[in-house]
Every structure is written in structure tokens, then in C-alpha cells.
Design a protein around this ligand. Structure first.
Ligand SMILES: Nc1ncnc2c1ncn2[C@@H]1O[C@H](COP(=O)(O)OP(=O)(O)OP(=O)(O)O)[C@@H](O)[C@H]1O
Length: 803
């Protein structure tokens, strides 16, 4: 079952982030305040979590034994692996002197005697708690070809690997928790082959865009059996070929993603959904062409496999050095998909594999070195919580009531409708009652009546179907609108990153890159329905290469969002068109139906039918209202961040302007100096963290009463002795009055620098009155404008007398 309305893939570019079935903003809840009992079982969780590295050495194969190959790699205890040098070359004194073995320490080391069950228990089992608790987790197998990656991850029917065992356990645990919690599971199984992404569950669908894979390939799964069948089907579709190093070598990277949405069935919880994700990856082997004797197609594959594994190795190197700035995840599809697993919000386990024989020594050594480096990588874990407050708080009861009423009415209509067409027999002649012999006229009349009733029933059915379709379309529209809101929010969030960067560049006197103008152009193109340039997403423009990773990432996201918005616009227009047609059809039927109604009973049924329809619509509208409210609140939060950024920019401009005035030896007028003091006073705010916490508690910045909106101020010292926070309004008023008094005291008659001119100096006439949308404290704009004027004046010769 594929979702009808795909959700926007907001954070692609990180490990394919598939959004929840219903598109709701996923909050990364790092406060972890509502940790439940799972938390205690996962108390190893740190916010900062180091990548866990395990090393598995496979046994010598029969062929290897037959060839008389010896083992040079060994796990000497549960953590240490020793790699011996090959037989010393007697003719090479240097080699003879070299240390005879290399030692490596890992979080876990497994030798040939460990079985699949133990590997699973030690590397993966505990991680399921994280996933069910709303965290992201990745297990990936790394290593050269033939070293045992597929054996570990996929295994065989008789001896399954981690994927099967994890899914089994996951469903078992969900089953155990089913009384209290409700779970939604979706999955996708993808293959990255020759830098192309393919859906293993629907291999006929062709190549996928990196952005679209998770969205369009998410499949909702009902139970374990279904998952297992899919997994098996997916594995059969994998690109597997024989190479000299492995008879069944996986030529692709296989990525199995399982999303688990868990919500409590209890009514009194806050309506949060924990959105956990388990990513299990079987990488292709990192073979050298010479070793596998690959030619032609195989060589080409090898190049691609190596390109992505080289990119992966580069990422591991950079991350291990803690040089996040130089990590280039965009070099290959694989690293883009693995971004979160390696540097994001994800608990990650790498299971590195090596073969034990001397022939593979070089590959084993390289793998051990990379695995060793990977130990230094750490991720930041955050619980992923989908906020669906509107589902379970005040709206839940209303919706439940409506649902109850709808159900009752539906049952009644069903019964009455059946009676009308005589399915159960009519009241005058119930089934089982004595059958009275009818005259031919009565018979004909009864037949005509029944035909009329059947027509009426058919008409009713048609109407019900039309209503149903109408409701489905409405829900689809709601989903699309929801997605569009989420996209718009995400756009603003990402735009802030780019804006901040551009402002920073401008302050440093660098040539503006006009990144946002590029996006406007793209939006224009998309609006004209011209094909959106695909390469904008995959291949960054040359000058974007010097942009920092977060800005490049933000641009990538913004490009994607614009394309998504265009797609959603089209989708919305299409649904609205269908809805119009449906409404029209319903109207025609509604007009026709009463003409067919002859009895009071039929009339009642008809009225009830309409009532059901009305109630369904009301319910949907309530949901929509709640959703819009939620988004409005989030939008306000975003506005606050935006204003904060703007204010910071003002701070910097003022500081630079003051510096310029002082460098030019100019004197600042007394009133401007005083005004500046007030400004500085306002800036003496506590650290941002406290402020954010306070604004979180207050939820919204309140703009009541008169006077210009000023920034909310908070500090520990402002908390009264009873521990309660003082009224925010009082603080704002105090500041405002203080500033008014100062300004009035310093105002000179006919002065250009009067309060009025200050308040309107930003050219917007802002500063007084109440605004429904928070406005910038006017003092910033006016101070900047006044400062700028002063500099202009100084440059053209100051004339303070005129003030
Ligand atoms: N721990 C193990 N115990 C027994 N046999 C193993 C083990 N690991 C691997 N093998 C066997 O070794 C062979 C190669 O393993 P596998 O196909 O898993 O390697 P791979 O690393 O996935 O290779 P490629 O990258 O080419 O796909 C297979 O026949 C597999 O059954």
C-alpha cells in the first residue's frame, strides 16, 4: 500500500529522511524531558554518541583451506584484533625487521566462531530500544568483497542475518507494547548501483532521484510476514554477480530503512509521536580491480563502488579528525545517504569485515585502519518527536463525539436503507412472517414500489459514494496543505542560514553571491512550468563550492523545497479540480434524490445522510483549523528568530558606524549618545540560552497594550522571590517608559532627532501602536538610520547646529 499523498522530504541530503506518514514537523527534542521507561533501558545514551565499531573476521572458506592459505587475522579477545605480517621475505632485510604484527582495538571484535545470533545480540538488539523510543539508528557493514558483509546483514533463510533478526524483534516488541501504544511502520529497500538509486521492492520503477527515493518508495507495512516477504523479494532483486573474489558478490549498496511511529493510546498524553528510524545497510565491497579480475561492466561497477567508498573513506577521515568543515558528503550518493548516520542525529554501528587469509592482507589492513579511524566519529543524538497535539488535546474529544454520532447515524441509515429495499423484509411483511397471497394488481403495485425503492437506494449509494470521494479528496487536500505549510516553514528556516551567511559576507566586505536571487530565478522557472534543472540539486554550481557545508546544504534544501512547492501547487490544483467536479455531481444527485422520496421514512434517511456528510465536513474543518493554529504558532517562533538575527545585524551596523565616527574624529551628539546608552541597556540581556528557555515557557511573545513592542527581557535576577516570573508586559512597559523619558528629556524643539523622527526614521513609520505581527524594536532602525545620517553628514562636513 503506497501512500497517496507523498510527504515532503524536507531533510534529504542527510540520510534519506523519510517523513512520517502524515506530514508533521518533526521536532528534534533534545530536552529529552519526556523520556519514558525506554530511556532507563537505554541509559547508555549520551547526547553525544560515539560511533560504535565492531570488527568481524570470517572463517577461511573451503577453497581457501584447499589452497592451503593460512590465517593472518585473529581476534585475540573481545576487543583486540591482530593482523600478522605475511611470511618475512628473507631477501628483504627491511621487511624482516618490521614489526611482525599489527594490533587494533575496537568496541567489539568477533572471530570465526561467533554465530549470527550473537553478532545480532551484541551489535543491534539494544538499538531497537532507541528506535522504538524515537531515535534514529544505523547499522552498516563495511569491508572488502567476500569478507562477509552480506552474510552478516542478510544471511540465509536457515541462518538469517541482522536485517531479518532486527525486523523480527522489532515486531515482537511492538506486539508486546500494543496495548498501550499504537505503531505505524513504513519501509523502503533501496539499492545504490553505479551511482543510481533503484527501488528493490519495485525494481521496474527505474532510477530514483536521491530526494524522491524515500518519499515515493515508502511502503506501509502491516505485519512481520509482509516485511519478511518484501525483504526476500528485495534481496532477489539485488544486483549480484560472480567475481573472482566472491561467487555471489553484491555489486551494489543495499539500504533497508524502517520507520516506526509510536503514539500512546492513553488519552492524557500530550499527543507526541515518537518517530524512530532504523537504517540497515549492506555496502558493496571495496575491491581493487586487479584482485577481482573485473573487466568491462564489472570494472565500471568497481569504479563506481570505489568512488562512493572513496567518498565514504574521505568522510570518515575528515570526521575522525573532527574537521566537520571539510567533510564532503556530496561526493557520492552513498555518502549523501549516510550523512546522518555519520555526522548527524543517529546512533550508528559500523560492522567492519575482513577475511582472514594472507592473500587479502592489504584489503584487511586498509579496512582495519578505516574502522579504527571511525571510532573517533561522534554523533549528536536527539529524540525525534512529531508534534500532533491537535489530534489528542481539546480537538480529540470533539472529533470523538462527532465520530460517535456519525457511526450511530451510519448504522441507522444502513438499517433503514436495507428495510426500504426489502433486504430484510419490510415492516408490513417481515421475513419469517406469514406470506399473504396477493392479487395480481397488488403484486404489480408491490413490484413497482420495490423498483422505485431500488432506484432510490441506487441513488443514495451513488450519493454516499460521491460524499465519500469528496471527503477523501478533502483529506488529501488537507494533507497537501499540511505539507505545503511544513515546506514553507522549512524554507524560511533554511533561508535564515543563507541570509545570515550573506550578511556575514557583506560585513566582511566580500562580493555578494546573491544566492537567494538564484533561488528566486529557480522559483520563476518552476512557476512557468519549465523543467526544473535537475543538476541544481545533484551538482552544485561551481561558485557554490567555496560556500561552507551548511550553506551549501541549505541551498540544496531550498532548491529542493522550491521544486516540491511547485509539485504541491500542481497537486493542490488537481485535487481542487476533482473536488469541484465531485461537488457538482453531489449537487445534481441531491436535487434528484428528493424527487424519488415518497414516504416519511425515506425522507428521514435522506436527512440523516446529509447530516453525516455535514458532520464529516465539520470534523475535517476542525482538524484543519487546529493544524493552521499549530503552524501559526511555529511561524511566530520563527519570526522571533528572524528578528533576533535582524537585531544582531543592527548591532553590528551600529558598532561599525560608531567606530567610523570615532575614527573620523567626529563627535556624537549628546542625545544620540544617550539614546545609545538606552540601547545598550536593553542589550544587557542574559545569555541566549536562558532567554530561549523563558520564551519557550511563555510560548509566545505577547504584544498587548500600547507602546512599541520591545524585546522580551529575562534573567534570573528578574525572577521574583516567590520564584514566579514577573509579568512580561510590566518589563516591556518599564523599558518603554524609561526610553520615552530619556528621549523626551533630550528632545530639542524643532529637532530632526525628535522621538517622532526616531520612530519613523526606519521609513516604515513603525514604532507605535500594537502590531499583530511582532515588529522590530523601532529604536534599532532609527538608531541605525540616525547613525548613517551622521556619517553622511560627517563626510559632507558635519553641521550639528542644524539639529
Ligand atoms: N562468518 C561467516 N561464516 C561462514 N561463512 C561466511 C561468513 N562470512 C562470509 N561467509 C561466506 O563467505 C562468502 C562471501 O561472503 P559475503 O557474500 O557475505 O561477502 P561480502 O562481503 O558481502 O562480499 P561482496 O562485497 O562481494 O558482496 C559467502 O559464501 C559467505 O557465505
Amino acid at each position: 500500500m503506497v501512500k497517496k499523498v507523498p510527504a515532503p522530504l524536507i531533510s534529504a541530503g542527510r540520510a534519506t529522511v523519510a517523513p512520517p506518514p502524515r506530514v508533521l514537523p518533526v521536532l528534534q527534542d533534545d530536552s529529552l524531558t519526556d523520556l519514558d521507561d525506554l530511556e532507563s533501558s537505554t541509559n547508555k545514551t549520551n547526547k553525544q554518541s560515539r560511533l560504535t565499531v565492531a570488527l568481524r573476521i570470517r572463517p577461511l572458506s573451503k577453497q581457501e583451506k584447499d589452497k592451503g592459505l593460512t590465517k593472518i587475522a585473529q581476534a585475540v579477545d573481545s576487543q583486540m584484533v591482530v593482523l600478522q605480517e605475511p611470511e618475512p621475505d628473507r631477501n628483504d632485510p627491511l621487511r624482516q625487521k618490521r614489526q611482525q604484527e599489527k594490533q587494533f582495538m575496537f568496541d567489539m571484535a568477533f572471530d570465526e566462531f561467533i554465530d549470527q545470533d550473537e553478532i545480532y545480540n551484541k551489535t543491534t538488539k539494544d538499538i531497537l530500544d532507541f528506535v522504538l523510543g524515537g531515535y534514529h539508528a544505523t547499522i552498516f557493514a563495511y569491508g572488502p568483497t567476500g569478507a562477509g558483509k552480506t552474510h552478516t546483514m542478510v544471511g540465509y533463510n536457515s541462518n538469517p542475518g541482522i536485517m531479518v533478526r532486527a525486523l523480527n524483534d522489532l515486531f515482537q516488541r511492538m506486539h508486546e507494547a500494543a496495548e498501550e501504544d499504537q505503531f505505524d511502520v513504513t519501509m523502503s529497500y533501496l539499492e545504490v548501483y553505479n551511482e543510481n538509486i533503484r527501488d528493490l521492492l519495485r525494481p521496474g520503477t527505474g532510477h530514483l532521484d536521491l530526494r524522491e527515493d524515500a518519499r515515493s518508495n515508502e511502503i506501509k507495512v502491516a505485519g512481520l510476514l509482509e516485511v519478511m516477504n518484501m525483504l526476500q523479494k528485495g534481496n532477489k532483486n539485488r544486483t549480484v554477480e560472480a567475481t573472482a573474489a566472491n561467487a555471489t558478490s553484491s555489486r551494489s549498496h543495499a539500504l533497508l530503512q524502517v520507520n516506526v511511529h509510536r503514539r500512546s493510546k492513553m488519552k492524557d498524553v500530550k499527543g507526541k509521536v515518537k518517530a524512530g528510524r532504523l537504517f540497515m545497510i549492506d555496502l558493496a565491497g571495496s575491491e581493487r580491480a586487479s584482485q577481482t579480475k573485473n573487466r568491462g561492466q564489472r570494472l565500471n561497477e568497481g569504479a563506481h563502488i570505489n568512488r562512493s567508498l572513496l567518498a565514504l573513506a574521505n568522510c570518515i577521515n575528515a570526521l575522525a579528525k573532527g574537521d566537520a568543515k571539510y567533510v564532503n558528503f556530496r561526493d557520492s550518493k552513498l555518502t549523501r545517504l549516510l550523512k546522518d548516520a555519520l555526522s548527524g542525529n543517529c546512533k550508528t554501528v559500523m560492522i567492519a569485515h575482513i577475511a582472514p587469509s594472507a592473500v587479502q592482507r592489504e584489503e584487511s589492513f586498509n579496512t582495519l585502519v578505516y574502522a579504527d579511524r571511525a571510532k573517533n566519529i561522534s554523533n549528536k543524538l536527539k529524540k525525534n518527536v512529531v508534534d500532533v497535539k491537535y489530534h489528542v488535546t481539546q480537538y480529540q474529544e470533539i472529533i470523538n463525539d462527532l465520530k460517535g454520532e456519525i457511526q450511530r447515524l451510519k448504522t441507522k441509515i444502513d438499517d433503514e436503507g436495507d428495510e426500504l429495499v426489502g433486504v430484510k423484509g419490510s415492516k408490513s411483511n417481515p421475513i419469517g412472517g406469514p406470506q399473504k397471497k396477493l392479487s395480481p394488481e397488488e403484486e404489480a403495485r408491490r413490484k413497482a414500489e420495490q423498483e422505485a425503492l431500488a432506484r432510490l437506494k441506487a441513488l443514495q449509494d451513488d450519493l454516499v459514494q460521491t460524499f465519500k470521494k469528496q471527503m477523501d479528496l478533502k483529506h488529501e487536500l488537507l494533507d497537501v496543505e499540511n505539507s505545503m505549510l511544513a515546506l514553507a516553514m522549512e524554507y524560511e528556516r533554511q533561508e535564515l542560514v543563507v541570509k545570515e551567511y550573506e550578511a556575514d559576507q557583506a560585513l566582511r566586505g566580500r562580493k555578494p553571491k546573491k544566492l537567494l536571487a538564484k533561488l528566486d530565478k529557480l522559483r520563476e522557472n518552476c512557476g512557468q512550468n519549465s523543467p526544473a534543472p535537475d543538476d541544481l540539486m545533484d551538482e552544485p554550481e561551481p561558485d557554490e563550492d567555496d560556500d561552507p557545508e551548511d550553506v551549501a546544504q541549505a541551498m540544496d534544501e531550498l532548491t529542493f523545497i522550491i521544486r516540491e512547492q511547485t509539485r504541491y501547487d500542481d497537486m493542490k490544483a488537481d485535487i481542487e479540480k476533482q473536488l469541484d467536479e465531485c461537488r457538482h455531481k453531489a449537487k445534481v444527485l441531491e436535487e434528484e434524490l428528493p424527487q424519488q422520496i415518497n414516504t416519511q421514512e425515506q425522507r428521514e434517511v435522506y436527512m440523516l445522510l446529509l447530516r453525516v456528510h455535514e458532520l464529516e465536513i465539520e470534523r475535517t474543518e476542525l482538524q484543519r483549523d487546529a493544524l493552521l493554529r499549530e503552524h501559526q504558532l511555529r511561524r511566530r517562533d520563527l519570526l522571533l528568530v528572524r528578528h533576533e538575527m535582524q537585531r544582531n545585524l543592527c548591532d553590528q551596523i551600529i558598532t561599525r558606524q560608531r567606530q567610523l565616527i570615532s575614527d573620523n574624529g567626529g563627535a556624537v551628539p549628546e542625545d544620540l549618545e544617550k539614546l545609545y546608552e538606552v540601547y545598550v541597556q536593553e542589550l544587557q540581556l542574559p545569555n541566549r540560552e536562558q532567554e530561549r528557555r523563558l520564551s519557550g515557557e511563555l510560548n509566545l511573545f505577547r504584544y498587548e497594550g500600547s507602546g512599541p513592542a520591545t524585546r522580551m527581557t529575562s534573567s534570573k535576577s528578574r525572577v521574583s522571590s516567590d520564584g514566579k516570573l514577573p509579568s512580561l508586559q510590566n518589563q516591556q512597559n518599564t523599558l518603554f517608559i524609561k526610553r520615552q523619558a530619556l528621549m523626551t528629556a533630550n528632545r530639542r524643539p524643532n529637532s530632526d532627532m525628535s522621538i517622532k523622527s526616531f520612530l519613523s526614521a526606519d521609513g516604515l513609520g513603525r514604532g507605535s501602536g500594537v502590531s499583530s505581527v511582532p515588529s522590530l524594536p523601532p529604536i534599532n532602525g532609527s538608531a541605525v538610520a540616525a547613525g548613517r545620517r551622521l556619517i553622511d553628514d560627517q563626510q559632507s562636513g558635519p553641521n550639528y547646529d542644524a539639529m
